[in-house]
Design a protein around this ligand. Structure first.
Ligand code: PLP
Length: 424
C-alpha cells in the first residue's frame, strides 16, 4: 500500500477540480457522445487559429527561433522578450508604468494561483495563520484545493439582486466583509467563473481601497478578463497598481495547451514567484510566449480579442441565454446576468432535487454540466455552511459547437421540468 504524506494525501486524493478535469478530459478526448457543457475549455475560433498557425509557421521557418522554441530553458521569471513586449503594451495602452521586473510567467495561471495563495496565506513565522479572502462566493472551483494547508479561504455570500423574473445578479456585500490580521490577500476572478459576473469598476476600486487600508494585496484573476481575452460584455476597465496582482492567461484566447500564465505585480512579488518557479519548474514553457510575442509587441493580441474572441462568445452567450429563457419561462429557474466568461449560471429556486442530483441526472442523459456546490470555497470557514442556494445552482458552458449547445440546453430544460414536475 502506498503511504503518502499529508501533502501527498491532500494533492493525490479526490477533489472537485480533479473530478471536473477528468470528466472534461474523458469527454473531449474520447469518442463519447457526451455533450460537454462542463469545463472551461475555450472554443476553436477559426480566425484565431489562423493567426496562431501563421505565427508558428514563422517560427518553424527561422532556425534560431525554432531552437529557442524547443531547445533552450527560459529563465525562471519567464521568456524575456515576451515579458518586455508585455510591459511595453500595458504601459502604452493603460499607462501602468511597469518594467519587465513587474512581470513573471507561470505554467498556466492555475500554477500562479497555487504559488500566490500559499505565499500570502497559510502558516507565517511567529505562529499565526492567514487566509485568502474571497469577497464574493460563488468563486472559481480551481482555487478550492490549492492550499498546502487546509482552510486557506474565507469567503462571503453576495447580495442577490433580482433584475427580472428570469435574471438576477450578485454584488459584493461590502457591509459584511471583515478584514483583520488573519487575512493575507484578497482575491476575485473578473469575470467570475462560474457566474459570468463582472465586478464593476466601483466594486474593484472599493476592494482596492480595503486591500490598501489593510496592507494586503488584491489579486485579480483576469483569466477571462481585460485586457485579453476580453470576454467581458459590460464596461470594465483594467486595473493595476503596486498593491494589485493581476493574473492573466493565454488559455482562453485559444491556447490552453500552451500553459502560459502572466502575473503583473510589484517587484518583490515577481522575484518571489521567479524563485518558486525555479524550484517547482526550473523554467517556464517557451511555447506560449514565443507564439504570441509578435502579437503582444504589435498590440494585435488586443485587437484579435476585440474583433474575434469577444464577439464570438457574446454571440454564443446571447443564443444560449435566449433559448434557455424561452424554454424555461414558466419554471422557477433564473440566470445570472450574462456579463462575461463562457458560462450560464442557473439558479433552480426551491428545486425538489439538489444541483448534485441534477448533475447526475444530466450526465445520465448525455449532458455534462458542473454542480454549483463546488464553487463556494471558503464559506464553511466563515461559519456559513448552511445556505440552500449553494445546492440550487448549475454551471453550463456554452463555448462548444452551436448545435450541441442547443441540444444540451433542451435536455437541461426537459430535466428541470421533470424535477419540478411541470409539464409542457
Ligand atoms: N482562473 C479562472 C477563473 C479559470 O476559469 C481558469 C481556468 O479555467 C484559470 C484561472 C486557470 O487557467 P490557466 O491555468 O489555463 O491559465
Amino acid at each position: 500500500m502506498t503511504v503518502l504524506s499529508k501533502f501527498g494525501s491532500k494533492f493525490g486524493g479526490p477533489s472537485g477540480i480533479t473530478g471536473l478535469m477528468e470528466d472534461l478530459g474523458n469527454a473531449l478526448n474520447s469518442d463519447s457522445e457526451m455533450i460537454m457543457m462542463g469545463g472551461g475549455n475555450p472554443a476553436h475560433i477559426p480566425e484565431v487559429e489562423e493567426i496562431l498557425k501563421s505565427r508558428l509557421e514563422d517560427i518553424l521557418e527561422d532556425s534560431t527561433k525554432f531552437k529557442r522554441l524547443v531547445g533552450i530553458y527560459d529563465p525562471p521569471q519567464g521568456e524575456i522578450d515576451f515579458i518586455s513586449a508585455m510591459a511595453n503594451l500595458l504601459n502604452r495602452e493603460y499607462g501602468w508604468n511597469i518594467s519587465p521586473k513587474n512581470i513573471a510567467l507561470t505554467n498556466g495561471s492555475q500554477a500562479g494561483f497555487f504559488m500566490l495563495f500559499n505565499m500570502f496565506a497559510g502558516a507565517f513565522n511567529g505562529g499565526n495563520d492567514k487566509q485568502i479572502l474571497l469577497p464574493l462566493a460563488p468563486e472559481y472551483i480551481g482555487y478550492s484545493e490549492s492550499g498546502i494547508t487546509d482552510g486557506l479561504f474565507k469567503a462571503y455570500r453576495p447580495t442577490i439582486h433580482t433584475i427580472d423574473d428570469q435574471t438576477f445578479k450578485y454584488k459584493v456585500d461590502f457591509q459584511s466583509i471583515d478584514v483583520d490580521e488573519s487575512i493575507g490577500a484578497i482575491c476575485v476572478s473578473r469575470p467570475t467563473n462560474p457566474t459570468g459576473n463582472v465586478l464593476t469598476d466601483i466594486e474593484i476600486s472599493k476592494l482596492d481601497q480595503i486591500a490598501r487600508d489593510n496592507d494586503v494585496p488584491l489579486i485579480i484573476d483576469g483569466a477571462y478578463g481585460t485586457p485579453f481575452p476580453n470576454l467581458i460584455f459590460t464596461e470594465a476597465q483594467p486595473h493595476w497598481n503596486e498593491n494589485t496582482i493581476v493574473c492573466l492567461s493565454l488559455s482562453k484566447l485559444g491556447l490552453p495547451a500552451a500553459r502560459t500564465g502572466i502575473v503583473v505585480a510589484n517587484e518583490d512579488v515577481i522575484s518571489a514567484l521567479a524563485g518558486a518557479n525555479a524550484i517547482m519548474n526550473l523554467a517556464t514553457g517557451s511555447f506560449g510566449p514565443m507564439i504570441t510575442q509578435q502579437l503582444v509587441a504589435s498590440g494585435e493580441i488586443l485587437s484579435m480579442s476585440q474583433e474575434f474572441v469577444r464577439p464570438f462568445y457574446l454571440d454564443k452567450a446571447k443564443r444560449a441565454e435566449e433559448l434557455f429563457k424561452s424554454l424555461c419561462h414558466d419554471l422557477p429557474v433564473s440566470l445570472h446576468k450574462v456579463e462575461g466568461a463562457m458560462f450560464l449560471w442557473l439558479w433552480m429556486r426551491d428545486c425538489p432535487i439538489t444541483s448534485e442530483q441534477m448533475y447526475r441526472r444530466l450526465k445520465a442523459r448525455g449532458v455534462l454540466v458542473v454542480s454549483g456546490h463546488h464553487f463556494f470555497p471558503g464559506l464553511d470557514s466563515n461559519n456559513d455552511q448552511e445556505w440552500q442556494h449553494k445546492d440550487e445552482c448549475l454551471r453550463v458552458t456554452y463555448s462548444q459547437d452551436d448545435a450541441l449547445v442547443e441540444k444540451g440546453i433542451r435536455v437541461i430544460a426537459k430535466e428541470l421540468r421533470d424535477a419540478y414536475q411541470v409539464g409542457r
